[in-house]
Design a protein around this ligand. Structure first.
Ligand code: UD1
Length: 417
């Protein structure tokens, strides 16, 4: 099994590009099922989750080809409406195909995503919304079977929590439904906006996305379109964290400042200087970082849960105490044990993690257990003294494209063996 070997303590320098956003590309790939004709998607990240999504599209009978970072999908040949269990298990967020398959085919069959690396991953909000829109759902033996009697119809849906996946599935089901759908307390993440931008280019009528009330007027059909996926704000935060723990000066290309509004102040508090112009961020980090006091994960525009782990790596070597509060997922401190193995001082009690910054981390053998946790271990190892060996990098590869190559190009001593 592949592992990363990182010799820590090397300064990073130069320029690095941010890849396209995984969490935009996935729902947009699902949305291609709704359009007649060819879709050209630029800036798709080449990562294993996108590979799984492409395999799902091909399994469903669609044509999907990739050239460099451009994915071309033509779903006119779609001839199935089920997703096999092995593909559901490989990527639990494949549930985002549910709304699109049911809207396109009038039926869908797939497996429950089940519990995952972040704790239980319920889909009750997805299912209750689809039921309101006229989908009959049978849940048995871990399998979800959906049927639509006539045509999906619009509905008023109030989400008790602004779930990203549920908002996406409702939008995907609503764009071709009869009548108007209103989603209250919708998720406002930039990836939702990107999905809606793409769908509007295809001819969908969606209003208010990026706000907490989204209105969708169903249309009869959608055309294919050309779209560029937004840059991945979590990968951007990870690169900034890598610069911070190594006391480096790095230029990061592909920054949408507003997407990082909740993250940038933490780097400022830590003593990093940042200049942003035309999507390029130059970050200059001090030798010794300062603690940034607290980071509480919240739905967007709050501090993202996906950036919690990499920011914790920054806090481990910052002078002072930083408090993390994880409000989104139940089981999102699985990287703590391995950070501790590198010498970090972290105490966890339920949702709260208290990090006492230490002078230095020291290399060790660690095993990543989930995607963002894997990224946090890479960040921590880059700043640590000595050699770190990270196993479980299949998790990293779900969301970070050739990360070791990109980091080596800016001076990190990192290799995959
Ligand atoms: C998406 C992102 C993930 C990110 C998360 C929160 C993708 C592919 N994944 O995941 O990277 O960490 O948003 O920003 O875009 N919940 C329910 N019932 C439901 C749905 C969700 O109780 O039906 C709960 C979840 O258990 C969790 C919370 O709502 O506690 C947030 O989940 P959600 O926003 O749905 O996250 P995902 O869409 O799964």
């Amino acid at each position: 099994m592949a592992k990363l070997i990182i010799e820590g303590g090397k300064k990073l320098e130069g320029e690095i590009d941010v890849q396209g956003a995984k969490n935009s590309a996935l729902p947009i790939l699902s949305a291609t099922l709704l359009s007649n004709g060819e879709n050209i998607l630029h800036c798709c990240p080449i990562i294993s989750d996108i590979n799984v999504a492409t395999r799902i599209l091909r399994y469903l009978g669609c044509k999907a080809s990739i050239n460099d970072h451009t994915l071309i999908v033509d779903s006119s040949g779609m001839n199935r409406c089920d997703i096999p269990e092995n593909l559901m298990r490989e990527m639990r967020s494949s549930i985002v195909f549910l709304g699109a398959i049911v809207a396109r085919a009038g039926e869908a069959e797939m497996y429950f995503p089940g519990g995952c690396e972040l704790g239980p991953r319920p889909i009750d909000l997805h299912l209750s919304a689809l039921r309101k829109m006229g989908v009959q759902i049978d849940e048995r033996y871990g399998c979800i079977s959906c049927r639509v009697r006539e045509r999906l119809h619009g509905a008023k849906i109030v989400l008790p929590f602004p779930s990203v996946g549920a908002t996406e599935n409702i939008i995907l089901a609503a764009v071709l439904a009869k009548g108007t759908t209103v989603i209250s307390n919708a998720a406002r993440e930039p990836e939702i906006t990107d999905l809606c931008d793409y769908l509007c280019k295809c001819g969908a009528k969606i209003y208010g996305f990026g706000e907490s009330t989204i209105l969708i007027d169903g249309v009869d059909s959608l055309e294919g379109s050309v779209h560029t996926i937004i840059p991945d704000r979590i990968v951007a935060a990870t690169l900034m964290a890598a610069a911070a723990v190594t006391g480096s000066e790095l230029t990061i290309n592909g920054i949408i400042t507003s997407h990082l509004d909740a993250v940038l102040p933490l780097f400022e508090d830590a003593g990093c200087k940042m200049r942003i112009k035309d999507g390029r961020l130059k970050i200059s980090c001090p030798k010794r970082l300062r603690a940034f006091k607290s980071a509480r994960t919240m739905p967007y525009p709050g501090f993202p849960t996906d950036a919690q782990a990499v920011m914790m790596s920054v806090a481990t070597v910052a002078k002072g105490t930083t408090v993390f509060v994880e409000n989104i997922f139940d089981s999102r401190y699985r990287h703590v044990e391995d950070l501790t193995r590198l010498g970090a001082s972290i105490k966890v009690a339920n949702k709260v993690a208290v990090v006492e910054g230490v002078e230095k981390l020291f290399g060790a053998k660690v095993v990543a257990k989930e995607l963002r946790g894997a990224a946090s271990l890479v960040v921590a190892a880059l700043g640590a003294e000595g050699t770190t060996e990270i196993k479980g990098i299949n998790f990293l590869e779900r969301g970070y494209e050739n990360f070791e190559i990109a980091l080596a190009q800016v001076g990190a001593d990192i290799k995959k063996i």
